[in-house]
Design a protein around this ligand. Structure first.
Ligand code: URA
Ligand code: CA
Length: 435
């Protein structure tokens, strides 16, 4: 096989076979096919797209390029959740203990990553003593015993995706629905999930901004998963403003505790119930989505969801008493308010600017080696549709620095007020299951 022929084939809009796709992915991973030919192919895919069969083949070729996690020693249907990202998304912290309390085995492998705030592991590490350096035997044992454990990234998962993603980043081909869909799904499948629930964000703060593109991405991922034998469904949810109130590591842990007690922000709670219901249903533990939702409401109301969070924290060396007393979490030295300059209705909260402000406070990593300040962050006091009077606090800022004029300026840019009343955005746009 010659790579140049395969590039021309894709350029002309023809379908690549499974063998051809395997040849490409293997050749790129082992270095026998150079960057310039793959760059050209990626651009052809960007313009010509991929068929459902090509997408399944590309995904599985990337899975086969590295290690695959074997979770077969864990009892039950392992359901993983993936979110396409956004600002202040506290859902993972809530959903783990929530669905585990309902009986779903949560075997979470998580990373640190770059971003406005840390990854799930950084957030959990704001709890004194909590650690994710456990062996794979301990990990499996904990999931069987408690239904939930989190381990740091181990093994060499999907090296082909790592290499392709880096190349896409410098060749203008990140924003391609087939390439995003196969990239995300390859990682989930390699991590061993039997079933996958996807939270595809849409709106200004999301990777994919329009509802039409979000639908196409969600459908592509649902098709890939189901075509390769993993039950997969997607929820398209709003990211036209940050989810919940908290943006920051310890602040989000506190928000997760509130939500597990049934006292969390309305939007975060509702999204966790929607995603959680799909997880419980996919695990085969409920007859219907409505039954699954009732199971989740029950464990919130009877305290089992919060208790599960405590058991999970303590099993991994953390101080479980933070669930009763969140003031034991890291605290920032200074607290500032951001007063509204005029009366009006909140029309927009531009998530990207809010994220940048959180980053400047030190809540996130700009480069792989930056240190995160777990205590700092933002609490939104108003959301889209709320009425504000001049002088009302829009945001409470938790900082370890006294000088934050740049942060305040960025936040003023992010919150747009209107004279007329504004309707709050729709939270869940669509739920997509098999075609
Ligand atoms: N996240 C991924 O993992 N891959 C993409 O291609 C885009 C976002
Ligand atoms: Ca939040």
């Amino acid at each position: 096989m010659r790579m140049v022929d395969l590039i021309q084939k894709k350029r002309d809009g023809e379908e690549l076979t499974a063998e051809e796709i395997q040849f490409i992915v293997e050749g790129y991973t082992d270095g026998s096919i150079p960057d310039y030919q793959i760059s050209s192919l990626l651009m052809a895919i960007y313009f010509k797209g991929m068929t459902a069969a090509e997408l399944a083949d590309l995904t599985m070729a990337m899975v086969a390029s590295g290690d695959q996690i074997d979770l077969s020693a864990i009892e039950g249907v392992k359901v993983d959740k993936h979110s396409t990202g956004g600002v202040g998304d506290t859902t993972t912290l809530v959903l783990g203990p929530l669905v585990a309390a309902a009986g779903v085995p949560v075997a979470k492998m998580s990373g640190r990553g770059l971003g406005h705030t840390g990854g799930t592991i950084d957030k959990l590490e704001s709890i004194e003593g909590f650690h994710v350096e456990i062996t794979s035997d301990e990990f499996i044992e904990l999931v069987n015993k408690n239904k939930i454990a989190v381990v740091g990234q181990t093994g060499n998962l999907t090296p082909a995706d790592k290499k392709l993603y880096a190349l896409r980043d410098v060749t203008g081909t990140v924003n391609s629905i087939p390439l995003i869909a196969s990239s995300i799904m390859s990682k989930k499948i390699a991590a061993g999930a039997d079933a996958i629930v996807l939270d595809v964000k849409t709106g200004a703060g999301a990777l994919v901004k329009t509802l039409e593109d979000s639908r196409a991405l969600a459908q592509a991922m649902v098709n890939i998963g189901n075509n390769v034998g993993r039950k997969t469904m997607a929820v398209i949810s709003d990211m036209s403003q940050p989810l919940g109130f908290a943006i920051g590591n310890a602040l989000e842990v506190r928000e997760a505790i509130d939500t597990l007690k049934g006292e969390g922000p309305e939007d975060l709670t509702e999204l966790c119930l929607v995603l959680g219901s799909h997880m419980v249903y996919a695990a085969g533990l409920a007859e219907s989505l409505e039954d699954a939702r009732q199971m989740l409401l029950k464990v919130i109301n009877n305290g089992e969801a919060l208790e599960k969070f405590r058991v999970f924290i303590e099993a991994q060396g953390g101080d479980g008493s933070i669930v009763d007393d969140p003031s034991k979490l890291p605290q920032a030295a200074y607290k500032f308010e951001l007063p509204a300059k005029e009366e009006g209705y909140v029309a927009e909260i531009i998530a990207d600017h809010v994220g940048t402000a959180a980053m400047w406070l030190g809540a996130g990593r700009a480069t792989k080696d930056s240190e995160i300040d777990l205590a700092v962050g933002l609490m939104l006091n108003k959301k889209i549709g709320d009425h504000v009077n001049a002088g009302d606090s829009l945001v409470t800022i938790y900082s370890n620095r006294e000088e934050i004029s740049q942060v305040k300026e960025e936040l003023y840019k992010s919150i747009i007020l209107a004279k007329e009343a504004v309707a709050p955005p729709v939270l869940v746009h669509q739920e997509i299951t098999k075609e």
